[in-house]
Design a protein around this ligand. Structure first.
Ligand SMILES: Cc1ncc(COP(=O)(O)O)c(C=O)c1O
Length: 392
C-alpha cells in the first residue's frame, strides 16, 4: 500500500533549492482559487509590481514564467533569437554553456567568449568579440555562475552590448535577492531568475523581465516563435494589463501564492538588508571554512556571497563527506558540476538559508566529518572564527 510522503527535514546549503521559508510553505497550502478569479488577478498584479521592484526595473513585461529557471532561460532565447542571428555567449561555467546550447537549438550562430571556470567574465574579451563581430545581435551572460560561485560585471557587459547596438540577455537565477540586480541601471534587455535560490521559495517558477527594446525585437520577428508555451506574444494575453485576460495555460496557482509571499517577505526585509545579510553570513562561513583548511576557488573580488565553492582537501572522498553530512546532520551541500565535478564542494547561503544558525551547523558538521580524515584540524577553532566575525 502506498503511503503519504513525509520527507525528513533537511538544511539545504547546496546550490539550490535552498531552504524554503515556512511562511511561504504555509502560503502555498491556502485554498486553490480559479486562475481567472478576480482575487487571483489582484495577486498576479501584486506579483508583477513586487518583481519590478526586485529586479529594479520599470519594464512592463515583468512576470513569472510557469516553470523553473531553465524555462526563463529558454523564454529569453526562443523569443529573441531567430535563425541566422549571431549571439555572443560568455561562458565561464555550466550555465553559460547552456545558453550557447539554447542559441544553437533556435538556429542562431554562437560566438563563444570563454573564461576559466571560477573566474568572472573578462569584459575586455567581450569588447573584442563585439568589434570582431559587428553583425552580432545579442550578448548573453550569466551574472552569478552557480557552477563555480563567480560573479561577473553585468553592468559593464550590458553597457558594451548597448554601445554596439546589441541586446543583453542576463541570467540572474542565483543573484536575484542575494546581491544587487539593477536591470534598468544596467540597461539589460532580457533577464531571468528562479524561485528556488535567494527568493527562498519552492522551485518551479522563473521570474523574467524584458525591456521595450526586447519587446520591439520580438514584434519585428520574421519567423514565428518556435515554442507555443513560451511565446511571449501569447503568454502576455494572460499576464498582460486590464480585465481582458484570456486563458493561455492553467497558472500554478498555489506556487504563485508562494512567490507572492516570498516577495512580501523580501520587501519587509528590504533589498539592501537582504544583500547585506548574504555578505555577513558569507564572511562568517568563509572564516570557518578557512579555519578548517578549505580554500575558495574564486578570487575574493569575484566571489558570490550566496555560493561558496571550496576545493576538496587531499585524501578526502568528497561524495562520502556529503553522504555523512546528510545522514548524520541532515545537511545538504553541493557537489561540483561539469568540469568541477569531484573537485569542489558548493556551499549555498541563499535567502532564508543565509543565517548564523546554518553557518554554525555547516562548520561544526564539516569539522566533525573532516576530523576523521585529517588529524590537523584544531577542534573548535572553526566555530570560534565564525563567532568572531558575528561579534564584529
Ligand atoms: C545560473 C543558473 N541558471 C539557470 C539555472 C536553471 O534553473 P532551474 O534548475 O530552476 O531550471 C540554474 C539552476 O541552478 C542556475 O543556477
Amino acid at each position: 500500500m502506498y503511503q503519504s510522503f513525509h520527507p525528513t527535514p533537511r538544511t539545504l546549503m547546496g546550490p539550490g533549492p535552498s531552504d524554503v521559508n515556512p511562511r511561504i510553505l504555509e502560503a502555498m497550502s491556502r485554498p486553490t482559487v480559479g486562475h481567472l478569479d478576480p482575487e487571483f488577478i489582484r495577486l498576479m498584479d501584486e506579483i508583477k509590481s513586487m518583481l519590478q521592484a526586485t529586479f529594479q526595473t520599470q519594464n512592463q513585461l515583468t512576470i513569472p514564467v510557469s516553470a523553473p529557471g531553465s524555462a526563463g532561460m529558454e523564454t529569453c532565447f526562443v523569443n529573441l533569437v531567430e535563425p541566422g542571428d549571431k549571439v555572443i555567449v560568455c561562458i565561464n561555467g555550466v550555465f553559460g554553456t547552456r545558453m550557447a546550447d539554447n542559441v544553437s537549438r533556435f538556429g542562431g550562430e554562437v560566438v563563444r567568449v570563454e573564461d576559466d571556470w571560477g573566474r568572472a567574465i573578462d569584459v575586455q574579451k567581450v569588447a573584442d568579440a563585439l568589434s570582431e563581430n559587428p553583425d552580432a545581435k545579442i550578448v548573453a551572460m550569466v551574472h552569478a555562475e552557480t557552477s563555480t560561485g563567480a560573479r561577473s560585471d553585468a553592468q559593464a557587459i550590458c553597457k558594451l552590448a548597448a554601445e554596439n547596438d546589441c541586446l543583453a540577455i542576463v541570467d540572474c537565477v542565483t543573484s536575484l535577492a542575494g546581491c544587487e540586480v539593477a536591470v534598468d541601471a544596467w540597461g539589460a534587455d532580457a533577464v531571468y531568475s528562479g524561485t528556488q535560490k535567494c527568493l527562498s521559495c519552492a522551485p518551479g517558477l522563473s521570474p523574467i523581465t524584458l525591456s521595450d527594446r526586447a519587446l520591439e525585437t520580438i514584434k519585428q520577428r520574421t519567423s514565428p516563435v518556435s515554442s507555443w508555451f513560451l511565446d511571449l506574444n501569447l503568454v502576455m494575453g494572460y499576464w498582460g494589463e486590464g480585465s481582458t485576460r484570456a486563458y493561455h495555460h492553467t497558472a500554478p496557482v498555489n506556487a504563485l501564492y508562494g512567490l507572492h509571499e516570498a516577495l512580501v517577505v523580501l520587501h519587509e526585509e528590504g533589498l539592501q538588508n537582504s544583500w547585506d545579510r548574504h555578505v555577513q553570513n558569507h564572511n562568517a562561513l568563509k572564516a570557518g571554512l578557512e579555519s578548517l583548511g578549505l580554500s575558495f576557488i574564486v578570487p575574493e573580488s569575484e566571489r558570490l556571497a550566496q555560493l561558496n565553492t571550496v576545493t576538496i582537501p587531499e585524501g578526502v572522498d568528497e561524495a562520502t563527506v556529503r553522504k555523512q553530512l546528510l545522514q548524520r546532520f541532515n545537511l545538504e551541500i553541493g557537489a561540483g558540476l561539469g568540469a568541477l565535478a569531484g573537485k569542489v564542494w558548493r556551499i549555498g547561503l541563499m535567502g532564508y538559508a543565509s543565517n548564523p544558525k546554518n553557518v554554525l551547523l555547516c562548520v561544526t558538521a564539516l569539522e566533525a566529518v573532516l576530523s576523521e580524515y585529517n588529524a590537523h584540524i584544531e577542534k573548535g577553532a572553526a566555530v570560534e572564527s565564525v563567532n568572531r566575525v558575528y561579534a564584529g
